[in-house]
Design a protein around this ligand. Structure first.
Ligand SMILES: [Zn+2]
Length: 217
């Protein structure tokens, strides 16, 4: 089975992809890993990608498509694509490669919910532990000082990652809506799209995802 996961950054598609991967016994192939592998392997396209990254350039569709094509050609059987395709051009390239996708799962979570979840995330600059003010709060300081608290493991005051700040999250969501969301219509037109509404609990979203995959067969 070949499955694509769509979903805004922060909607939890990576988590769902990992769960489906485990249950179906098929690998998850992420664009990030493919690019790292191509660079480490020193293929011509990997070398080209390395040069672009070293110059601080974003990888263009052509380079990303080339790397994905090389990788997919080397795989027998099913897989889950995470982070590819990200644009209509990439989706068209996937079709041109002759890849038959069985299902496209679109994990939907409203923007405001994604922003709210990110706003509660904290991390420990000391040991890297992660927290959430609501679901997994850090320890309160004993002397009643203000602030978010300290790391339960090492006592360092917790902090907010740049990535989780509202402006950063909203910017990423805008890019997703303009570049990647058109893929929903692309795959709907091909009868492949199933939208799963992301739930509060990961396990509930997984149940809906598995249901959608069973219906698709
Ligand atoms: Zn810590």
């Amino acid at each position: 089975m070949k499955i694509i996961f769509l979903g805004a950054p922060g909607a939890g598609k990576g988590t769902q992809a990992a769960e489906v991967s485990r249950r179906f016994g098929i690998p998850t192939i992420s664009t990030g890993n493919m690019i790292r592998e191509a660079i480490a392997g020193g293929s011509p396209i990997g070398i080209a990608a390395k040069e672009k990254i070293a110059k601080g350039q974003l990888l263009d569709d052509e380079t990303v498509i080339g790397i994905v094509r090389d990788k997919l050609n080397s795989i027998q059987g099913g897989y889950i694509l995470d982070g590819f395709p990200r644009t209509i051009a990439q989706a068209e390239a996937l079709e041109e490669m002759g890849v038959e996708i069985d299902a496209v799962i679109n994990i939907y979570v409203p923007d405001d919910t994604i922003v709210k979840r990110a706003a509660g995330r904290r991390y420990c600059p000391g040991c890297g532990a992660t927290y959430h003010t609501e679901y997994n709060p850090p320890q309160k300081k004993v002397d009643g000082e203000s602030g978010d608290g300290v790391c339960t493991l090492c006592g360092t005051p917790v902090a907010v990652r740049e990535d989780d700040k509202e402006a950063t999250v909203r910017r990423r969501l805008e890019i997703y809506h303009s570049e990647t969301q058109p893929l929903e219509d692309f795959y709907k037109a091909r009868g492949k799209l199933a939208t799963v509404v992301g739930q509060e609990l990961v396990a509930d979203t997984t149940a809906l995802t598995l249901q959608a995959l069973e219906k698709g067969n």
